[in-house]
Ligand binder design. Structure first.
Ligand code: ACO
Length: 328
């Protein structure tokens, strides 16, 4: 099969920033606690009318433009999100309409913070059938409405935003391309990080709302340990199976959850922290949007050059995890 390249990237984050100091006015926390434990200084919060589909459409338009394509040329739209606009129709269909894409298969994938790596793998597979030419893949999350703003152990960690990429076939002889994936899941740890209410198991009732079932719940320390374990393992396996040494990597784009998780992976893999692209200080954890926002910012900042080996690695609720290795 022909190799698949990232032809363009785009991102969109809401205007409204919420700083750690802003948060300390309504929950018992401080800038010092949040920054030293997580590396986060502020996060963006969706404003009036901003949703996963509207932010996703903005990021998507920017990626299509960056790829030098028009919406008519996109024939596959996949959105990774755990915060869709509504249970159905899919956010991908809403995005497809907002961008004016007319001839595409559109659907959502829910793999929490690993969503973008999952949809990269799916889009690559579909492009390699030869039946699709240009895939628009988007990670978009509006986490602010599912956060319990009275729970300091979770609300300080997350933010809203969207990032996108256009994947297409590489030209003949092109050295760049997406080389490999390692992806996994472990549903036995589903309750480590979840939003129990809102689906068919716990539909919205007065009681379920009063008992706050519709908010994100997390056992932070356990998630931390699992994140270091599964991301470290996926990253070292993918390097090993492709014969790439850590010092050949020009840039690592990790899921932006917590600087201490990223530092642990940096020392475990013997990859200097300077090679990791970091923007979690500005956005917090934006779940499936975190990697494509970082990818877009890294590309626009000139951190990625043709021929560079780049590692992307993520983990999230499910549990889910994934790593991909590519040449820019
Ligand atoms: N401000 C002040 N104090 C706080 C806050 C806060 N925002 N949150 C918790 N504390 C307190 C706790 O109550 C606790 O107090 P106690 O000792 O009196 O009980 C103390 O701080 C220490 O709490 P810990 O939970 O031990 O703190 P820890 O160092 O483990 O940091 C954190 C917590 C930041 C949540 C960390 O465990 C973490 O990052 N875990 C991973 C989370 C993550 O990445 N989740 C995203 C997964 S991706 C996805 O799919 C969405």
């Amino acid at each position: 099969p022909r190799s698949v390249i990232i032809k363009g990237t785009g991102s969109y984050t809401p205007q409204k920033a919420l700083t750690n100091n802003d948060l300390s006015k309504f929950v018992d926390t401080s800038d010092e606690w949040i920054f030293t434990r997580t590396g986060i200084r502020e996060r963006r919060i969706a404003g009036e009318g901003e949703t996963s589909s509207s932010m996703g459409a903005e990021a998507g338009k920017r990626a299509i433009e960056d790829a030098g394509l028009t919406p008519e040329e996109i024939d596959l739209v996949i959105v990774g999100t755990m915060t869709p606009d509504m249970p159905f129709p899919s956010t991908a269909c809403l995005v497809q309409d907002k961008i004016g894409i007319r001839n595409a298969m559109s659907f959502d994938v829910e793999a929490a913070c690993s969503g973008f790596v999952y949809i990269m793998e799916i889009a690559c597979g579909l492009l390699q059938t030869g039946r699709y030419k240009n895939a628009l893949i988007i990670g978009s999350e509006t986490l602010s409405p599912v956060l319990d703003w009275t729970d300091r152990t979770t609300c300080v960690l997350f933010g809203d935003g969207a990032g996108a990429a256009v994947l297409s076939h590489a030209e003949e002889g092109d050295e760049s391309g997406i080389l490999d994936f390692i992806i996994g899941s472990d549903g036995s740890k589903a309750d480590m990080l979840h939003q129990p209410g809102g689906g068919c198991a716990i539909p919205a009732t007065v009681e379920s709302l009063e008992t706050r079932q519709h908010f994100l719940k997390m056992r932070g320390q356990e998630v931390f340990k699992q994140a270091v374990r599964v991301m470290g393992q996926a990253a070292s396996e993918i390097l090993e199976q492709n014969g790439i040494k850590p010092d050949q990597l020009k840039c690592v784009i990790p899921h932006q959850a917590n600087i201490r998780i990223i530092e642990s992976i940096s020392s475990r893999l013997h990859i200097p922290i300077e090679r990791f692209f970091l923007n979690l200080d500005k956005y917090g954890n934006t779940s499936a949007a975190s990697i494509p926002i970082a990818l877009d910012e890294a590309a626009r900042a000139g951190r990625l050059e043709a021929g560079d080996y780049i590692l992307i690695v993520a983990f999230g609720a499910g549990l889910t995890w994934g790593a991909t290795l590519l040449r820019w």
